[in-house]
Ligand binder design. Structure first.
Ligand code: SAH
Ligand code: SF4
Ligand code: F3S
Length: 455
């Protein structure tokens, strides 16, 4: 057996959907060196933690997980099953590369998100006993250099796939690390995206979720040489045979342009769901966050979107306890939630991040106040989510069947509004879009009866 055969990589992913996408691309890159993915860390020759730096707790997890991995590595060596290399990727790698190397001698390589195409080369260097740190932003096109997954690998990953079209952020919200960890906004060329989308469709993928830290700021080179926006890209991707559902995330309220509105109005395959974070309802806090819009701008934008696509469901992100947030400011956040009504949402306590402007503010909000506000906000958001789910009971909807459910004979799929839907259906229907009547709802999903296959 050569060193190229039968190697196993275990990848653990934290953070956002882009990290999920990146983990697969890292695995694709390592496949060229004979690595296949495993779910069992103890048999891995290489362990990669794909990390998130967005909040303090997310970053802390890396060091506690490293302690655990070190033990597994030791046990594996003691059992005579060979060495285990350890790599740290993702946004903590980018932000704290050198510090990780100092604090954790067990780590063999630290690789920032812009260098994943160089993984095979880094692995060779670790074979020679080097410890590798790569956190530069290289000039070459990472995406063009990353190899494609084999068709069977793509199929195994499921019928709904992520596709990164844009990376990085130029917005510099004062609380956020992303512009530092992911760098400046870069959009992939349209042709490259179309090629990847066609490969996905060819492997049986029915739904593609276009990803970007600021996906609606997408401006990639089109086939005509001009810059295309996300709206134009969506109209183009809608023509690909087999791709019946398109989604995109995450958007910034400042970048919803007319072409994107038109896509929501005209494209049946663009799902009626929009994740559009507002963070706060207070104009004072929005300005301090550098969000570059007001309460009214946001609410008017939502009105315009609902006018073109009345059945659209909204989702958002919220931060409570941003420096200087008073009770009145927080009430404005509660007010905007009541006015907009969200189908689902993520909400967080403000977490000061080193190197971001808000972390240096001397108006930090006490932990107990943050907790209490988060509790009130989450209660309201949970009530709205329940109301949204309840509004679908008794209706008919299309569901993309994605995987087996917990009970035998049951499949789990997704509604157009990203709700999990459980139906009794045979396994052969995984990957099909079917019409379902919703009979009832549970805490995390809807239950339905299948009526017909859409094809
Ligand atoms: N690009 C997206 C957000 C990416 S980060 C946007 O502009 O909306 C995902 C979410 O994490 C943010 O929307 C925000 O709600 C939250 N977040 C980011 N930094 C944070 C911090 N320092 N403390 C608490 N929550 C934070
Ligand atoms: Fe972070 Fe703001 Fe950029 Fe979103 S828009 S990634 S919150 S800096
Ligand atoms: Fe986290 Fe980086 Fe995503 S900080 S949220 S993994 S862009």
């Amino acid at each position: 057996m050569t060193a190229f055969e039968n190697k196993k990589v275990f990848v653990k992913t934290y953070g956002c959907q882009m990290n999920v996408y990146d983990s697969d691309r890292m695995a694709d890159s390592l496949a060229t060196k004979g690595y296949s993915q495993t779910d069992d860390m103890s048999e891995a020759d290489l362990v990669i933690l794909n990390t998130c730096h967005i909040r303090e707790k997310a970053a802390e997890k890396v060091y506690s997980e490293l302690g655990r991995i070190r033990k597994v590595k030791q046990e594996k060596a003691e059992a005579g099953k060979g060495d285990m290399k350890i790599g740290i990727a993702g946004c903590v790698a980018q932000a704290e590369g050198e510090e990780i190397m100092r604090r954790a001698p067990v780590v063999d390589m630290v690789v920032g998100p812009q260098a994943y195409h160089k993984l095979p080369d880094f692995l060779d260097r670790t074979d020679r006993g080097e410890r590798v740190v790569e956190t530069d932003f290289p000039v070459e096109d990472k995406f063009a250099a990353l190899p494609n997954a084999k068709k069977e690998v793509t199929r195994k990953r499921g019928v709904s796939a992520f596709l990164t079209v844009q990376e990085g952020c130029d917005k510099f919200c004062t609380f956020c690390v992303v512009p530092y960890t992911r760098g400046a906004e870069v959009s992939r060329p349209v042709a490259q995206i179309v090629d990847e989308a066609k490969r996905l469709a060819d492997a049986g993928v029915r739904e593609v979720n276009l990803l970007g830290q600021n996906v609606n700021a997408y401006h990639g080179v089109g086939p005509d040489g001009a810059d295309w926006g996300l709206g134009e890209l969506l109209f183009h991707l809608a023509k690909i045979d087999g791709l019946d559902r398109l989604r995109y995330t995450t958007s910034h309220p400042r970048d919803m342009d007319d072409a994107l509105m038109a896509a929501h109005r005209d494209l049946d395959c663009l799902m009626p769901y929009l994740h559009l974070p507002v963070q706060s309802g207070s104009d004072k806090i929005l300005a301090a966050m550098n969000r570059q819009h007001s309460y009214d701008d946001y609410v008017r934008l939502i009105d315009r979107i609902r006018a073109v696509r009345p059945d659209i469901a909204l989702s958002g992100d919220f931060i409570v306890g941003f420096p200087g947030e008073t009770e009145a400011d927080f009430e404005d956040t509660m007010r905007i939630v009541r006015e907009v009504t969200y189908a689902s949402a993520f909400s967080f306590k403000y977490s000061p991040r080193p190197g971001t402007p808000a972390a240096d503010s001397d108006e930090q909000v006490a932990e107990a106040i943050k907790s209490e506000r988060l509790y009130r906000l989450q209660a309201l958001l949970a009530e709205q989510q329940k109301g949204f789910n309840a509004s679908k009971v008794g209706t008919e909807m299309t569901v993309l069947l994605e995987r087996k459910g917990r009970e035998p004979g049951q499949l789990v799929g997704k509604s157009p509004w990203l709700q999990a839907v459980q139906v009794d259906a045979p396994e052969e229907l995984i990957g099909e879009i079917v019409t379902v009547t919703i009979d009832s709802m549970g805490t995390n999903s809807l239950f339905g009866t299948m009526l017909a296959k859409q094809g």
